[in-house]
Write a protein that binds this ligand. Structure first.
Ligand SMILES: Nc1nc2c(c(=O)[nH]1)N[C@H]1C(S)=C(S)[C@@H](COP(=O)(O)OP(=O)(O)OC[C@H]3O[C@@H](n4cnc5c(=O)[nH]c(N)nc54)[C@H](O)[C@@H]3O)O[C@H]1N2
Ligand SMILES: Nc1nc2c(c(=O)[nH]1)N[C@H]1C(S)=C(S)[C@@H](COP(=O)(O)OP(=O)(O)OC[C@H]3O[C@@H](n4cnc5c(=O)[nH]c(N)nc54)[C@H](O)[C@@H]3O)O[C@H]1N2
Ligand code: SF4
Ligand SMILES: [Mo]
Length: 753
């Protein structure tokens, strides 16, 4: 390519879970246009307003392009060697004096959309050697992972609604018209839901708000926040009482139906109705319609996860899918077969260790157990600011692609606690509310200057698809790749010094991965010669995540198995298909997908049955509750980190408090006024938006705002700061089984500001 040539290339948008294909036009090394890739096998040209903003993100003058070190006199741009030396100078003394458990790591959401972070993040975690592993998972989907893990054997075996072929979709606590879907990868999900209705199917939305999705649905059921598990039990009760239970094709692979029958016994529609704020007839009708539909699916997301009964609700969603014969059925809730491999495509089918709760480690202050290898992020602040008898506490933090100061509960406390640390290192592209506490910031390349493949999201996609993108642009001079940053950081943390060669470390990691696979009795390359495999991988000259991905693809369920299935997938094949390869609609996978110790779908895991007692004790509580706060997402926003792009934030203020007209009158709020919202832990002031789209007794604020803290480098975002809803969310309340934060259903008082 000559410098003045115009090139058009194709890549997958990394901003949300929808994996849309982008067509990127570059002239003189500059991006001049981004639009939807009409030939993308999955998105067919669809884009939301964020997709084209990769260009503005790339050009954002505030996006960090060189490492920064904070000294007494402020920030300094430094070279990469100096940055790692600073990390070593600060981190190693903490580890020497206080041990590895004095260091915490927090991994944020963009890591799930980033090939380097997906494949190399765990090596950094391992090198840190700390039990204090945190991530955005415990303000997000941990309940889904726990429920799926207990039911199906691995934490990523979350069935996805087969939206393109279903006749009836019941959505709880998700707003895909704003979010584009989550744990449900489907580009243009709004279009797919409209298509469902156009072919005569039905869309039902259960949400305390008449969300943009509910607005386009056939039916909207307003539910009181936090009561989804009760509603789902009321529906299950109806199925049993009216003889509507039918397990369909999975019947021989399911255990626990009787236990569910006994559980539902105490939760008839009349019992749950007062708490849910949904009348008993509606509960029955929801159940009957679900059972009667030829092909139906139930889908729950953020609203059902980030609440006090998140794991219960997530579990009961799939119990309903199973008892209506829709689990693993075409048009029901299905398991993808991802090309890049997954815990449920590896190992031996119909057996496994399953998922065990009550983790090996507990947090020091509150004694909460680790869940799936990490601690609830709700405990991070107290582990920082509450010293033990010997002065023990967390003294250092590494953040990777995360902004917990805006994204996690009781953020005022966390913000304060972060100011007193000996060492904070952030791998991040912005100087924002969290990274302003860093001593060293290590910036990754622009999303346009790296390769991409959605290892995680294809495990949750409504079609089996594989699409790899090479870097569109050259990285800035001297800019390392993100995997190189992680491996160097890992080496420093392990005490191996600042001058290690990440390429040598990568060679060792690939060799170890291949050795394990050929030695495993269940891999697709069992008993093969490791040298032969490594030789095949090195022929392409690829390094880092691309080589690792080539391995995952070739050893995966669709792969060429390094020659034994010559038509199978390789990264070379994907490179020759810039619009992706469609591997077809989902196929039934039970029982092969199961990795539970029993080899069955465990409909009634004992941990969940036990937790149902907590729900039983709570019965009656919601019926007389005061006002509560819930969240919401907005199409032109992406958690906390894209508010620095003028194209996305311009226009009228979006960070508003939605209030029902009756409440506004009751609390003395005026439509153009401001309200003060106060919870147990904090208080914020926000502009009022009076709307009957929200149920009375509930108010809603979007999250990710609050860019008015001093010391950030976000010129655009700080002009339209909005308020941080997590000033109000309580760090002392979690869903006990998953450790997940409770971000919805927060008791508040509201009055004029
Ligand atoms: N009240 C309330 N709070 C919520 C939620 C809610 O619904 N309500 N939702 C929760 C959910 S679901 C999530 S996922 C979390 C998100 O929580 P976080 O993951 O903590 O927050 P993000 O806003 O996604 O921050 C992403 C950070 O990564 C940086 N970044 C972006 N791209 C890259 C990259 O490629 N590499 C690196 N190294 N850094 C990058 C950004 O600059 C930013 O600092 O928020 C949670 N918080
Ligand atoms: N534009 C945009 N897209 C995004 C993101 C973004 O920030 N902006 N974030 C991405 C991320 S990280 C995620 S995890 C996904 C999340 O994607 P979704 O799960 O679709 O999240 P939301 O759009 O917040 O929708 C949650 C809904 O739950 C409702 N709700 C609140 N409490 C309850 C309750 O107790 N019960 C029920 N039934 N409903 C309740 C809220 O009113 C809201 O409509 O979106 C992703 N996509
Ligand atoms: S829907 Fe998601 S993946 Fe598609 S363009 Fe928008 S942000 Fe990107
Ligand atoms: Mo999320």
């Amino acid at each position: 390519m000559t410098a003045d040539a115009t090139t058009v290339s194709f890549r997958t948008c990394p901003l949300c879970e929808a994996t849309c294909g982008l067509e990127v036009t570059v002239r003189h090394g500059e991006v001049v246009r981004i639009r939807g890739d009409r030939e993308d096998v999955f998105s067919h040209g669809y884009l939301c307003p964020k997709g084209s903003t990769l260009r503005q993100l790339h050009d954002d003058p505030d996006r960090l392009r060189a490492p920064r070190v904070r000294r007494d006199d402020g920030w300094h741009e430094v070279g990469w060697d100096e940055a790692f030396e600073e990390v070593e100078r600060r981190l190693l003394p903490v580890i020497e004096a206080h041990g590895r458990d004095a260091v915490a790591i927090y991994q944020g959401n963009p890591g799930a959309h980033n090939l380097s972070l997906m494949l190399y993040g765990r090596h950094l975690v391992a090198a840190l050697g700390t039990a204090y592993r945190y991530s955005a998972s415990t303000v997000d989907q941990m309940p889904k992972q726990v429920a799926a893990g207990l039911m199906f054997g691995t934490a990523i075996s979350v069935p996805v609604p087969d939206v393109d072929r279903t006749d009836h979709l019941l959505v709880l606590g998700a707003d895909p018209f704003s979010s584009n879907g989550s744990l449900l990868t489907a580009p243009d999900l709004p279009g797919r839901l409209r298509a469902l209705r156009a072919r005569g199917g039905k869309l039902v939305v259960v949400d305390p708000r008449r969300s943009p999705t509910a607005d386009e649905a056939d039916e909207h059921v307003a539910v009181r926040p936090g009561t989804d598990a009760l509603l789902l039990l009321g529906m299950l009760h109806t199925l049993f009482v009216e003889g509507l239970v039918d397990l369909g094709d999975v019947v021989d692979h399911v255990a626990g139906v009787e236990e569910i029958r006994r559980l539902a016994d105490g939760f008839g529609p009349e019992v749950v109705a007062p708490d849910c704020g949904v009348d008993a007839a509606t509960v029955r009708h929801l159940a009957r319609e679900l059972a009667a539909a030829p092909r139906a699916a139930v889908y729950g997301r953020i609203g059902t996860c980030t609440q006090e009964f998140g794991t219960m609700a997530s579990w009961l969603v799939d119990v309903l899918n199973a008892l209506t014969g829709n689990l693993d059925r075409v048009g029901g809730a299905m398991f993808p077969l991802p090309a890049g491999g997954s815990p449920n495509t590896e190992g031996a089918p119909l057996t496994g260790r399953g998922v065990r709760l009550g983790g090996a480690r507990r947090t020091r202050v509150r004694g909460l157990p680790s869940v799936l290898g990490e601690f609830p992020v709700a405990t991070l602040a107290e582990e920082l600011d509450t010293p033990g008898p010997e002065g023990e506490r967390l003294r250092a933090l590494v953040t990777v692609a995360g902004n917990p100061v805006l994204s996690t509960q009781h953020s005022t406390r966390l913000d304060l606690a972060l100011a007193g640390l000996d060492c904070v290192v952030s791998v991040d592209c912005y100087l924002n509310e969290t990274t302003r506490h860093a001593h060293v910031i290590l910036p990754p390349p622009s999303p346009l200057a790296r390769s991409h493949f959605d290892v995680l999201l294809y495990r949750l996609a409504v079609r089996n698809v594989a699409n790899w993108s090479p870097p569109t642009l050259e990285p800035d001079p001297g800019q390392p790749t993100e995997w190189e940053i992680l491996l160097r950081l890992a080496a420093v943390a392990a005490g191996r010094g600042t001058r290690t060669d990440p390429h040598a470390d990568d060679d060792a990691l690939v060799a170890a991965t291949v050795s394990r696979a050929v030695a495993s009795p269940h891999s697709r390359i069992t008993g093969r010669d490791a040298e032969e495999i490594l030789g095949a991988l090195s022929r392409s000259g690829r390094r880092g995540p691309d080589r690792m991905l080539d391995f995952l693809l070739r050893a995966g369920p669709w792969g060429d198995a390094f020659g034994t299935r010559p038509d199978g997938l390789t990264l070379d094949l994907l490179a020759a298909h810039p619009h992706g390869i469609d591997l077809g609609p989902l196929q039934p996978r039970v029982p092969d997908v199961l990795r539970t110790p029993s080899g069955k779908v465990e409909l009634a895991p004992s941990e969940l049955l036990a937790d149902a007692e907590r729900l039983r004790r709570a019965l009656g509580r919601w019926a007389h509750d005061g006002p509560v706060l819930v969240g919401r997402r907005q199409l032109r926003s992406n958690n906390s980190w894209m508010h620095n792009l003028e194209v996305l934030v311009k226009g009228k203020e979006r960070c508003t408090l939605q209030v029902h007209p009756d409440d506004a009158a009751r609390w003395g709020l005026t439509p153009d006024g401001r309200a003060r919202v106060t919870s147990r832990v904090g208080s914020v002031e926000a502009p009022v938006e009076v709307t009957d789209a929200i149920m009375a007794g509930v108010v809603s604020l979007p999250h990710g705002w609050g860019h008015d803290l001093p010391g950030t480098g976000l010129a655009v975002a700080s002009k339209r700061p909005g308020v941080n809803s997590n000033v109000l969310t309580d760090d002392q309340v979690v869903d006990p089984l998953s450790g997940n934060g409770v971000l919805n259903g927060i008791p508040v008082t509201v009055g004029p500001a």
